[in-house]
Design a protein around this ligand. Sequence first.
Ligand code: CA
Length: 229
Amino acid sequence: MADRILLIEDEPLVRDLVVLNLRHAGYEVRTAGTFAEGEAALAEAKADLAIVDVMLPGGEGFVLVRQARDNGLKVPILMLTARSDVQSRVRGLDCGADDYLTKPFDVAELLARVRSLLRRASGTVAGPPKQLELGKFWIRFDTGRALTHEGEVTLSDKELKLMELFARNEDKVLSRADILEEVWGMDAFPTDRTIDNFVLRLRRLFEANPEEPARLITVRGRGYLFKKA
Ligand code: CA
């Protein structure tokens, strides 16, 4: 069944653009255009994810989200705001939103955030594994230590996060956008090249033959596929 998204946004242009793109991506979308409509729609709790604009006729999105959380709503919430200042961001996260996007935003980025929030919420993303065995190599996620081609080393935070993400998604293709979202999060957006460099480095550590990767496999035009091999 398609994931259901509730969009609470009063600006017709933004609403139409987002609805069009979400539907195109296969989601079922409902909309609300005011604070009161949003309140009613959230209370029905029929969505898998809500996107909430901050400035709504009748009240602030922050208040709407706080209320919904107080009423026990658990679904992921992405806030949209025209302001990128720290204060708005902190308020957004404090009121119980899971993520935050500043207008004007790129639709591709919105879709990446939506995918990421739904993935996290769906439970397909289990808690991080404690340890990963890769043939003769291993990684211990609690200590960050790993046995590699270079002997026993301490992996960097990003290297660990990336390997954790791969470990949780064995045999699934992860796009570079997925990886950016999960490993780098919402603050910094490095280039695709950054990811490729991390993968190259991880291959040198964990592939039996880094020139012919059997664990961190490039899927042309789509991203990366991890196999424990
Ligand atoms: Ca608005």
